[in-house]
Design a binder for this molecule. Sequence first.
Ligand code: FES
Length: 130
Amino acid sequence: MKYVKIMPEEDLPIGKSAIISAGEAEIALFNYKGKYYAIANKCPHRGSPLGEGRIEEGIVICPGHEWRFKLESGVIPTYPVKTKNENIYIGLEGESGNIAYGKIASTLPSSLKFSVPTIQKPRNPEEELD
Ligand code: FES
């Protein structure tokens, strides 16, 4: 498994999300109540960016038509997340379950280029900060 450094933890406070480009894939990274989750940034309904959605009770709500997906249900492809030295890393290769929309993660280029993460404000910050 190859873990790629994404950003310092301080750049993704509780309740915020970021969208990261990894090769042709986009990943939505959330800090939900202090735990990080990385999922494919594409709703299986019509492809709206899940990273622009909000999370309630561990369920990400698509900004498109409000379909709801449990973060850990496996419905949306997920990526493993680690922290080290106060930085957030996402695992991009090597696990069979780590597939983004038909593209096997191990086929992603080894020198992945990440766009500058977009840090977004949650729609309902009070709810996320409890
Ligand atoms: S695109 Fe996500 S619910 Fe329609």
